[in-house]
Design a protein around this ligand. Structure first.
Ligand code: XMP
Length: 521
């Protein structure tokens, strides 16, 4: 299958070499926010790939390992041979120090959180930054002896060598994390590196991106027809809008209503894309098919598989009715494809596979169009807004492919789906009204497989239990339960039990991930 290949040979690139930190993607996002293109490669990638990228500079990410153990990741020799600026962060600093002849030791107590940093020496890395700043630390090891060729730049109480730079070469290293917002002026430090040290150009701008993508899509698909599975999620919606702008009615979207969407979502998708934006959308009303296949199925994984398979069958059946399709578009985004040394992106890839259309018959011989393949979610959102997709669709919390199927614990029925849709709608509506929606990363209701006794007036009611879940997270791999105000929760709970007769009790989930996952199934 051919892919939309974006030629970036001509634009300045900062390579982020990944040592497995949870912040690796954040480093690349921050660089791109400064309008410089950045790409992530794992530390053990084939050297040729690094050379092909022809970077202007390299940032070495943090990572969970200790350089005091043998067989832990090291910077490949080719990085030094490129003769370009290097910035090591956390583990990146430690391995740099060790590889250049310094000494790294494990400290008794892992340092995690805010600390005050004193800049000791004039360094272009700290240009326009105060001499004392608050920084974010997260490490167990630290540099004890500077390598010979290095000068100290900054220190903290617990880490006397918290930043260092090479005497002659543009090689810098810091123990703290400039990519997280907790570090004061972290973005200034990163910009000092990319502009003052790497002299990178601002080639990465969102406004140019839409027009160049449209041009690339036109070149790739020519006069041919393109098929897209539209789910109503951000990625497929933006893919649809972009393709529509490029090729108009030659794009055919298939929207499968599986009956497991949020309340009013199917109508909203059709209203937005078909009525307002005039896209060519075929809707498949398949609620009954999904319910039939899910009948008496209680096991979560089995439900997931059935929903995934049914989706593919329905989508294929619709696609087979269409004539002369040559391309299949997918809303794949950068975090889905990053090859990482950590486990995160791999997990993300598995998650994405739930959305992907895997079963189209071979004889359809479709080539792939993936115009968002190198973009982060926030970049995709910006494009979506530019293309006129309503803000509330673009800023919506993520929603799992199997939808309410994994939020109705146990067997899925039409009645339960309706109860859950109504409860979820109340929760989300109130979050928006109280201006809390954007303070949490994901919020939803879950229908539990138990009944509970309640009293309404003089009557006892044996009815359903709704659990509310709201979490704060950066990467969805770890998450904290959101500490929503008690008054707010009380109000939501009152509305749910008053407005939905079938519910007698509402509980709030106060589990973080790990050990609990975000979804209940
Ligand atoms: P967990 O429950 O694994 O969820 O902590 C992490 C994130 O992934 C979403 N999720 C899924 N998304 N298909 C999807 O497309 C799935 O089967 C699935 N399971 C979980 C979940 O909503 C959260 O954002």
């Amino acid at each position: 299958m051919g892919k939309l290949s974006v030629n970036k040979k001509h634009i300045d690139t900062i390579l982020v070499l990944d040592f497995g930190s949870q912040y690796t993607q954040l480093i690349a996002r921050r660089i791109r926010e400064s309008n410089v293109y950045s790409e992530i490669l794992p530390w053990d990638i084939d050297e040729k790939k690094i050379q092909d990228l022809n970077p202007k500079g390299v940032v070495l990410s943090g990572g969970p390992n200790s350089v005091t153990d043998s067989h832990t990741p090291r910077i490949p020799q080719c990085i030094f041979e490129l003769n370009i600026p290097i910035l090591g962060i956390c583990y990146g600093m430690q391995t740099l120090a060790e590889q250049m002849g310094g000494q790294v030791v494990s400290v008794d107590k892992k340092e995690f959180g805010h600390t005050s940093l004193d800049v000791e020496n004039d360094s272009v890395l700290f240009k326009d930054i105060n001499k004392t700043i608050n920084v974010w630390m997260s490490h167990g090891d630290q540099v004890q002896d500077l390598p010979d060729e290095f000068d100290l730049i900054a220190s903290t109480k617990t880490a006397p060598i918290a930043a260092m730079q090479h005497k002659n070469l543009p090689i810098y290293a810091i123990q703290f994390h400039p990519e997280v917002t907790h570090t004061q002026d972290g973005h200034v430090l990163l910009e000092n590196f990319i502009f003052e040290i790497c002299h990178a150009h601002t080639d990465w701008k969102m406004d140019d991106l839409i027009s160049s993508r449209i041009k690339e899509i036109k070149e790739q698909v020519q006069d041919n027809k393109v098929l897209l599975g539209l789910s109503g999620g951000v990625d497929s919606s933006v893919t649809a809008a972009l393709l529509h702008k490029a090729i108009g009615k030659k794009l055919v979207c298939v929207f499968v209503d599986n009956g497991l969407l949020r309340k009013g979502e199917a109508e909203q998708v059709m209203q937005t894309f078909k009525e307002n934006m005039q896209l060519n959308v075929v809707k498949s009303d398949s609620q009954e098919t999904f319910l039939r296949h899910l009948k008496e199925i209680e096991d979560p994984e089995q439900k997931r598989k059935i929903i995934g398979r049914t989706f593919i069958d329905v989508f294929d059946a619709e696609a087979m009715k269409l004539k002369d399709i040559r391309f299949l578009a997918q809303g794949t985004i950068y975090p889905d494809v990053i090859e990482s040394s950590g486990s995160e992106s791999k997990e993300a890839r598995v998650i994405k596979s739930h959305h992907n259309v895997g079963g189209l018959p071979e004889d359809m011989k479709l080539d792939l169009v993936e115009p968002l393949r190198d973009l982060f979610k926030d970049e995709v959102r910006k494009i979506g807004i530019e293309l006129g997709i309503p803000k509330e669709m673009i800023e919506r919390h993520p929603f799992p492919g199997p939808g309410l199927g994994v939020r109705i614990l146990g067997e899925v029925t039409k009645e339960k789906t309706k109860i859950l849709q109504n409860a979820d709608h109340i929760f989300i509506e109130e979050l928006i009204r109280a201006d809390l929606y954007n303070t949490v990363s994901q919020a939803f209701a879950v229908l539990l497989p138990v009944k509970s006794v309640g009293v309404v007036g003089d009557e006892r009611r044996y009815a359903e239990v709704i659990a509310l879940r709201a979490v704060e997270t950066v990467d969805f791999m770890t998450a904290r339960w959101a500490q929503l105000p008690y008054e707010f929760l009380e109000h939501v709970s009152n509305r749910i039990v008053n407005e939905i007769e079938a519910v007698s009790r509402v509980v709030y989930d106060i589990s973080s991930k790990p050990p609990a996952t975000i979804e209940w199934e």
